[in-house]
Each structure stands twice: as C-alpha cells, then as structure tokens.
Design a protein around this ligand. Sequence first.
Ligand SMILES: *Cc1c(COP(=O)(O)O)cnc(C)c1O
Length: 425
Amino acid sequence: MSHFVYANGKMHAEEVPLERIAAEFGTPVYVYSSASLTENFLSYANACRANGRGEQGALVCYSVKSNSNLAVLSLLGKLGSGFDIVSGGELERVIAAGGNPHKVIFSGVGKTRDEMRLALAYDILCFNVESIPELHRLNDVAGSVGKRARVSLRVNPDVDPKTHPYISTGLKENKFGIAFEDALDTYRVATSLPHLDVTGIDCHIGSQLLDDAPLLEALDKVIELADRLHVAGIDLHHLDIGGGIGITYDDEKPVAVGDYLSRLFARIDGWRKEKHGGTPITVMFEPGRSIVGNAGVLVTEVQYLKHGASKNFAVVDAAMNDLMRPAMYEAWHGVLPVTQREASARVYDVVGPVCESGDWLARERALAVEPGDLLAIMSAGAYGMTMASNYNTRGRAAEVLVNGEQFRLIRRRETPSELFSLENV
Ligand SMILES: *Cc1c(COP(=O)(O)O)cnc(C)c1O
C-alpha cells in the first residue's frame, strides 16, 4: 500500500501534506514514510515466520547502501533487521544507529585491511568473501588481532537476472563473486586457513528483478554446490540468497515478496528433507530497494518553465546530484504535482540546474505546472540520497521521516561553507 496519496488535491506522506514539509525545510527534500518502511521490512520478516523460521532460522539483512540514513537504519534495527554492508563507513553507520553488529554481514569485492580489522573488532556475523586473495588477507588480519573470522563465499551462479546491465551482478563477465567452477577449490583453501571459520554460501545476482525465476534458478545452483561441499566434508550453517526483488516505478509488476519466499523456503525444506535428514540451514536475505524504494519521494520546486521549439522544459531545484538514477541508468521515476491543478497539461522534460545534458529527472511528462509549484519524484527512497554528490557545489537535499501526523528532520541540508570546510587555500 502506498503511503504517498492525495487528500483534497494535495499529496500527503501518511498524514502530513508534503507542502508543509517543503515550507518548513525547503527543497529539494527527501521524504520517507515510517509506515511504508515498516510494512516492507515485515513483508520479509513475516514471510520467514509464516514458513516456520524463527530468530535462528532466518535473518533479513537490510542492504545499507540503498538508503543509509541513521534514522532509517535505527527504525529497521528496532524491527529486528540485520544489515548487509559494503564498507567500513557503513558499519560505523550501523553502530551509530544502534544496530546489532552481530547481525551484520560484510559484502563487496575490495575490503581493505582497516575495514576487516574494524569488522572483526565489532565481531560481525560474517564476511562475504569474493576471491582467494581476500581469503588470505582476511586470514592474516584475523590472525594478527587474535580472532577468527566467519566467512561465506560469494559464488557467481552465472544466471541472467534479466535486468539492466549495470545492476546485473551474477553473470560470468561480472566482477563479482567466485566462478562456479572454482568454488569447491576456493572452499578448500578457506577451510585450510587457520583463522577462518567457513559458515556459509551466498550469491547476489542483480537488482530490480521483477520475476523470482532467476533467483530460484540461482538457489538451485547454490544448493547443488552445497551438496558437493557436503560430500567434500564441508557443511554450511547458512545460505544467503542476496537481495534483488524489484519495485514498481511505472507499471512493473514485481513478484510479491511473500510468494517468492514461500517458493524459496519450499525448495529449501524439500532439499533438507531429501538430502540432509531434515537438518535445518539458516537462510539469509539482503534486500535493499524492495524495503526503501517506494518508501521515499524527492520533493522539488519548479524554478522556470522554458518553452522551446521542439521541447518544453520544467527546470526544478533538484538535479542529477540529488537523484543519479535517471542520468546513470536512464531510470524512470514518476513525477506528480504535490498540489493538483485544474489546468491543461503540457509535455515537459523535468531537468535540474546542473551543467550537464545528462541532468534530467524525467522526460516527456504531461504536467500542469507553474513556476513555484512543487513536484514529487516518486519511488526515490532507494539509491537516491546514498548516491547523491556535491557536484556543482550543491549541498545535498534535506531528509525528513514521517510517522503518522508527525515528521522530523533526519538530515539537514548542507551549507556551502560545509562543502569546502575540509579544503585549504
Ligand atoms: C546492492 C546489493 C544488495 C541489495 O540489492 P537490492 O536490489 O537493493 O535488493 C544485496 N546484496 C549485495 C551484495 C548488494 O551489492
């Protein structure tokens, strides 16, 4: 259910008119809905419970890179979420937000020694390792601080997720994961290293997947590999199938999380019964977009209307530095007026003030707008603010979290002097 809906011609986030938030905190501003974040997280957690998984049997590790605001992390942490991080910085955020480090898994191809030391000091749940050199480095670092590191190997099942090439990660030509053919040997290396405990297997084949068939195909390959490892004397404690369920930006119809998880658990249960005498295996997920994507909008103010010979432009105060997705992947975001007008619409490209032709947020949209109007860029909760930059010395947008009738600033806008405060003449 969307928590961004019109009442009396004005778009609200839950019970708060977006107009009020813009008046108080200015634009551009990201607005997130607590109810939406909660519902989306619970769609995973409840499906785990409905399929017989308690605290021990399943863990949802929210992918921090999709939206890493401390208030978002804190809300999800209180609901019981674990966290999937890809940097030491993200780990520091999880800790600052009160998240539980023992529910943190660390993904990514380029972990540094410092990041490994930090994660070991917090005794995180698991490192998702992506190469043999990384195994050796982690073993060295763990030995040097007198600890053992729990590891899972990220395998690359070579499954086509049928999504945008930039967000497809499980194909042979991608930089991610360990090739399937090399997995057994890599596990042998991992189990031979004295400061590592091999606990799991993981994969993540891509993002914005609308259908779960590729995910279930990847699961089958991971299961097949887990059985080969079992024969080789390596038994795993958990299986992590990554993130990746997509959301509706326009008219996409993604599989329901509950349906996907039911199918996934049915396969896992069948496998455990048939091959492993019913001994359980913990199942982990790393969802990002499906939790935050539709829980956020970017509110922006129209500055100018330009009526050209072949195109009309609505120049707004948000730009590619605030929301990179259109410039980076030609991503489509809905654009809706915050206050509906009784006027005839014209077709506009919605563009920002940044000096790049790639600086557009939406193309060819029918809008009835005037300068000074507010627009809501929809489905902007994931990979929005986390990808924002200060290009053109633009302070990043403010962020606001709504809960029912209440709303609060969870990140204030940067000032120009803050943007160069780390520099010297
Ligand atoms: C980005 C990422 C995710 C989250 O993907 P979504 O499509 O946002 O669910 C999960 N796992 C890993 C390893 C990632 O890199």
